[in-house]
Write a protein that binds this ligand. Structure first.
Ligand code: PA5
Length: 444
């Protein structure tokens, strides 16, 4: 289960807090958005427990079992959910574990950049013959995913391997070059439902195939998602965490808090903050609106960011992510008992230290009048991840309504893409208006 604690944004607890009236007033303004979510379900809610989605993925289970590694080639919404699932729901050293210790499930790598050093270092680790490459791109045109596809296919062919046996595409059900190639060459292909945008697609075929490959229970993910969906379309704001998250962010945005920090106290939950960062930034950063999402890791970033959060510009809302059960624990040695700077630690557990550091950091922020929220994971589980994803997807959709922006498009990303196509010599993009000037000023 996830628990949500919003008490540290209330006026009773901090001078910059919100009143219940303020929250309820804005929540009632979101009624239309909630009605829309209930009656005319957006794609990201429609796909929950959708038999077609789950069955398409499960149909590849047997094929996967013949391999050792699974590599995702995608970027943005076609990668960040996969990374969050991989880092969170498998041990952090999963890819270094033996096949036996992995229960025969596959190693998972996500290649979400075109840094040649990064790409080469992953390729170096693979036994090519025993690797599946999953090219994920809804548009089938994103330069990074397409370049990495060409790199990998070229490599497979140069080793005399059959790409049809080792490739699977995840793409638009009808459009795009990946769909065309899959049909022409009988390459395995999964759909990305047309009504689900990239950053909302983690619980579709996009996120589920790599998850299943490494033994993650995709039904449990959807079970958690279903429960969150039930809760997050309710109009009672005090029982709807997505509505509260959206309203609190909106109200603080209006009061000048333009930065939202998500700070998990768990290395495994850290990548959820990365997933959230894209969702919040790309969905809401429009028409001069939006908040800059920042990820921070507890306790590591206490020694990097917390000075700023306590004492720097008063422009932030901070969400702590707490984990109750770390699955493993480590006892701190009871040594140097005469040394006061060490002896208080001896005999305690690391889980105890990390938890109390979070409580101390949160208390200091409250003392300094900074608004914070807390989400507690009782454990790391598929159910909790599904619940988290849907809660934040709903919160983003509701916040889009409150901010008056369309959360599902990303016009600000397009110009840079077009200029890059032009610089790389893609036909049809020669005439980009700004290109001549850019070449002259920056490239020469
Ligand atoms: O959320 C989005 O729509 C984007 O971040 C896309 O996921 C990203 O640009 C990759 O697009 P595509 O899946 O078309 O390659």
């Amino acid at each position: 289960m996830l628990r949500f604690d919003f008490s540290r944004v209330l006026i009773e607890n901090i001078p910059s807090g919100l009143t219940q009236d303020e929250i309820e007033k804005i929540a009632s303004k979101a009624a239309e958005a909630l009605d829309e979510m209930k009656n005319d379900q957006p794609g990201f809610l429609r796909i929950i427990n959708n038999a077609e989605v789950l069955e398409q993925v499960k149909a590849l289970q047997e094929w996967l079992s013949g391999f050792d590694s699974f590599v995702v080639l995608g970027i943005g919404g076609s990668a960040l959910g996969n990374i969050a699932l991989h880092k969170g729901l498998r041990p952090l050293n999963w890819n270094q574990m033996s096949s036996e210790d992995r229960g025969g499930y596959l190693r998972v790598y996500v290649v979400d950049n075109v840094d040649p050093d990064f790409v080469s270092s992953i390729l170096d680790e693979l036994d090519l013959r025993r690797t599946i490459f999953n090219v994920i791109s809804k548009s089938g045109s994103t330069a990074e995913a397409m370049a990495n596809y060409l790199v990998v296919r070229n490599l497979l062919e140069s080793f005399g391997l059959n790409p049809m046996e080792q490739l699977v595409f995840t793409t638009d059900p009808k459009k795009g070059v990946l769909r065309k190639i899959a049909e022409e060459e009988s390459i395995r292909v999964l759909d990305i439902p047309q009504d689900v945008g990239g950053r909302f697609s983690v619980l579709t075929q996009v996120g589920l195939l790599s998850a299943m490959a490494e033994g993650i229970d995709i039904d449990e993910l959807h079970k958690g998602a279903e429960e969150a969906k039930r809760r997050c379309i309710q109009s009672d704001v005090w029982n709807n965490p997505a509505l509260l998250i959206a309203v609190i962010h909106y109200l603080y945005h209006e009061k000048g808090r333009n930065v939202t920090v998500m700070m998990p106290y768990s290395n495994r939950l850290y990548y959820l903050a990365d997933w959230f960062r894209q969702l919040w930034a790309e969905s809401l950063g429009k028409n001069g609106k939006g908040q800059t999402p920042v990820k921070a890791l507890g306790t590591t970033d206490q020694h990097s960011q917390i000075q700023l959060y306590n004492d720097g510009p008063d422009d932030k809302l901070i969400t702590f992510i707490e984990l109750e059960d770390y699955s493993r624990d480590v006892l701190i040695g009871k040594l140097h008992e005469n040394e006061e700077v060490l002896s208080y630690l001896g005999g305690k557990k690391l889980s105890n230290l990390i938890r109390l550091e979070m409580i101390g950091t949160e208390a200091a922020l409250t003392e300094n009048g900074k608004p914070t929220m807390r989400i507690t994971f009782d454990e790391i589980s598929e159910y909790n991840f599904g619940y988290f994803f849907v809660t934040y997807e709903c919160a983003t959709a509701i916040a889009g309504y409150l901010f008056g922006v369309n959360p599902y498009d990303q016009p600000g990303v397009e110009l840079g893409k077009r200029i890059t196509y032009s610089l790389m010599g893609r036909s049809g993009y020669e005439g980009e208006v700004t290109l001549g000037r850019i070449k002259k000023q920056l490239l020469i």
